[in-house]
Design a protein around this ligand. Structure first.
Ligand SMILES: Cc1ncc(C[n+]2csc(CCOP(=O)(O)OP(=O)(O)O)c2C)c(N)n1
Ligand SMILES: [Mg+2]
Length: 431
């Protein structure tokens, strides 16, 4: 029992509160934004304890003048820069069309990555195509970079008869073994220990492939993320832990995951992992940081945690309306700009691009997505009956279907025949 006479002060909790709510003015003036090019580039074999400052600074390459600055400039040739811009333009065109598709009722769900394109496109371009990636649901850019066919993405989003995942995953939760792209899971942060485990297995086998995972800043509050860091550090696993700090986790601001106290990159220090904090809207900085971490992992110098400081410019998903919980001014005032515009302006400034070519590129991307969408629609859209036969839901798990599932399958088939006697033949009702 507490001593009633005690004059000890009453304890109090701090509950984080975002600086602005809908209608409030927005002030990003306290955000630490060093000049591009000011950050040193440590040796790829540096000890984590010798790089503490990098966890609090911000690696930046593209300056206000749209030129590349400093030791982190990856010095990519103009063709590679145009390819990078093209991938980012494609991601944006794809997001636009799929978002509209959801509004038209063609799919139940979609998630855009507007404003965060560089964190998946530029960073994955710094990896080898057979390095294994364990993304979250917001890295569609990796599939675009790796040449995964758009039609496969759309078939999956529509859960139609062409969906290779047979409608078993929520729309956008892709999976492609051929593209070294691990199945997306809706259970936040599970991909982080999986990436570390895969990286450990790769090292145990004497393979040369490394693993990279992407996780949202909100998801770093999950226990899985911390187990992943412990294993990565203890076994010096060849893995890159990418934390995309877009400052929001649906309607929870990053303060609830610890952003008021320290940076996400600084999480690395407690585990003895190298930590880098990067301008996530600077495609060149994203590429350079990932390349640094990949070289480090490949040389058995250990894991790296990279925080990409960025901003989720739109809603969390098609089920969300951010106007209800954050100020619309945030997007306007956000000081790190738009990653696509910044890369485009850089290419124009170095005399390798112009507005006409940009317009043509955007148009071509939109056209390609439109044509492919039309093709995918022939395989079916939400609610139109063209999906994998109903019975397939019982397949592919057991070599031989156990008796209780056989019973369930038979019962379900009987009931469906009664309920929908004339149902689409592909439904598998006769099976
Ligand atoms: C274990 C678990 N808890 C909660 C959720 C519900 N949920 C889905 S996305 C999300 C927000 C994640 O935010 P963040 O990690 O910052 O990633 P972002 O969406 O910003 O890319 C939440 C809470 C979930 N899917 N899994
Ligand atoms: Mg987030």
């Amino acid at each position: 029992m507490a001593d009633q006479a005690s004059n000890r002060p009453a304890l109090a909790l701090h509950v984080p509160e975002p600086k602005s709510r809908p209608g409030d003015p927005v002030d990003f003036s306290e955000v630490h934004l060093p000049k591009a090019g000011e950050q040193a580039r440590p040796d790829e074999g540096s000890k984590p304890e010798d790089m503490k400052d990098f966890a609090y600074d911000l690696v930046r390459v593209l300056g206000e003048d749209n030129k590349a600055h400093g030791p982190w400039d990856p010095k990519l040739d103009p063709d590679t820069l145009r390819t990078m811009l093209g991938h980012m333009a494609m991601v944006r065109a794809f997001d636009e069309r799929m978002f509209r598709g959801q509004r038209q009722g063609k799919t139940s769900f979609y998630m855009k990555c507007t404003g965060e394109e560089a964190t998946s496109v530029a960073s994955s371009m710094a990896l080898a195509s057979d390095d294994m990636v364990f993304p979250s649901y917001r890295q569609q850019g990796i599939l675009i970079v790796r040449g995964y066919p758009l039609i496969e993405m759309i078939n999956q989003i529509y859960s139609n008869a062409g969906d290779k995942l047979k409608g078993r995953q929520l729309p956008i939760m892709y999976s492609s073994r051929e593209h070294s792209f691990f199945s997306i899971s809706g259970n936040l942060a599970t991909q982080t220990p999986q990436a570390v485990g895969w990286a450990m297995a790769s090292a145990i086998k004497g393979d040369s492939r490394i693993a990279a995972t992407w996780v949202g800043e909100g998801s770093t509050a999950e226990g899985d993320f911390h187990s992943a860091c412990t294993f990565a550090s203890v076994y010096n696993a060849p893995v890159i832990l990418n934390v995309v700090n877009n400052q929001w986790a649906i309607s929870s601001f990053s303060g609830f995951a610890g952003a008021e106290r320290t940076t996400f990159a600084a999480r690395a220090l407690g585990y003895g992992i190298a930590g880098l904090r990067v301008d996530g809207n600077d495609a060149l900085a994203c590429f350079a940081a990932q390349q640094w971490a990949a070289n480090r992992a490949r040389a058995n110098q250990g894991p790296t945690l990279i925080e990409y400081f960025t901003y989720r410019a739109e809603g969390h998903s098609t089920s969300d309306d951010p106007l209800g919980y954050r100020s619309a001014q945030e997007r306007e005032e956000w000081p790190l700009g738009d990653p696509v515009m910044r890369l485009k302006n850089h290419l124009i400034t170095i005399g390798e691009w112009d507005e006409d070519r940009q317009k043509a590129m955007d148009l071509a991307a939109a056209e390609e997505v439109k044509t492919t969408t039309k093709q995918a629609e022939k395989n079916g859209i939400l609610g139109h009956g063209l999906h994998h036969p109903f019975h397939t839901m019982f397949e592919d798990v057991f070599e031989e279907l156990p008796w209780h599932l056989q019973e369930q399958a038979a019962q379900a088939t009987r009931e469906r025949k009664i309920k929908w006697p004339d149902h689409h033949p592909k439904d598998g009702a006769g099976k």
